[in-house]
Write a protein that binds this ligand. Sequence first.
Ligand SMILES: [Mg+2]
Length: 425
Amino acid sequence: MENEETELNKITFDFPEDKIKLTLIHKKLELHLRSSFNTSHSSTTIRNNSIIIIKIEGQYNLYGLGESGLPPKKKGCYLADINDIKNFINDYSIHLKNVIEKKEEISEDNFPIKNLPKFIYILIHALDTCPSNKELYYNCAKNCIEGAIFDLCGKIKKKSLVSLINNIDDTNNLPNEYAFYTVTIVEEEEFIKALYFGLKYTQYIKVKLNKNYNHSKRALEILNNECNKIPNYKGKWSIDLNSDYSNPEEALKFIIEIVLQYKEKIYMIEQPFPINIIEQNEEEIKKWEKIKEKCEENNILIFADESISTEESINPLKKIISGINIKLEKCGGIRGALKCIKKGKELNLKIWIGSMVGSTLLMNLASSIIPFSIYSDLDGGLLVDDVSNPFSGGFFWDVNKGIILSNDYGAGVNVKEGFFKDYII
Ligand SMILES: [Mg+2]
């Protein structure tokens, strides 16, 4: 399973004060999808994500794991590829060496978990102050490294991340019942196959649609027919338009003529408007505001995904949305996500915890912030086939209760035998 060619960075650092040697490894993770993942942005059957392993030896012998999902690049929303992550890690390593040499006193204030060995705060400080932090790919690269640091912290503290971040002991019974599974834009037969696979885990289905009116009409008809066959079906649907509509009149026509037919079953519509919506003129924005009002009258919410990234991006959209889809890659990791959640709640917006396509590891890192929302689509572990997914464990799906979180240390996942064997302890 191991492929040496996929190692992109490997750098070693000494932290004499903490009596440890730290190795930071960046690898490509090739994930094969069960069904092609087709959206208005791209069609993929294989995803190449970045995995970070932070291995520490000495006083502690542990490793932390981080992952960033890397969809095909798209201006304005998907900003990093694997080479960008590689370049960032080179810059970060040089900067980290400087920070270590300077031996300055570093505060614990910028990290939510306290009383950890000093090297953790040095790693975080270097991440926050890296000179490449103005690059477009910074948030995605930062998330990958930050994830590995968080996982390591959970292992050092012998607690799950979800309990450390949310200050709770038993995480097994948190309400996360609206856990969605995604079905993408595929032919009818594949659509039904993917739908039935998802329905084994949850009755909450997110469907990717685009501005192809006939396809969307048919996809919702099939979804409705199949869900109606389930006795006492109680699920909800989300429609993800992935910013495909640029014309609000066309979007409104689609909503009135098709979506409202199923309004009892639909929870929300995601990103109906273009990515750069806030750059458009006021008249155009007003039209999207009216669409939000029309949907809310029918108990359907409008969420932003591609148009939001960090906390600063949320406020300008508040009039045209009811909620925000928070993903670790967009906001630079768990700390950035916590800031987005805070901002969203201040603005009275609903919170949805989403994710790029990724392995069980990425889903479990994202699940550490799930107590802030009962709505999520952390379905990567189901979308990716078992053979290419290097991780097991973590949360599991209960068709009646949603996601049941794990109390295992850190992100709570195990590396399957045969993967990363030269790197993990
Ligand atoms: Mg989306």
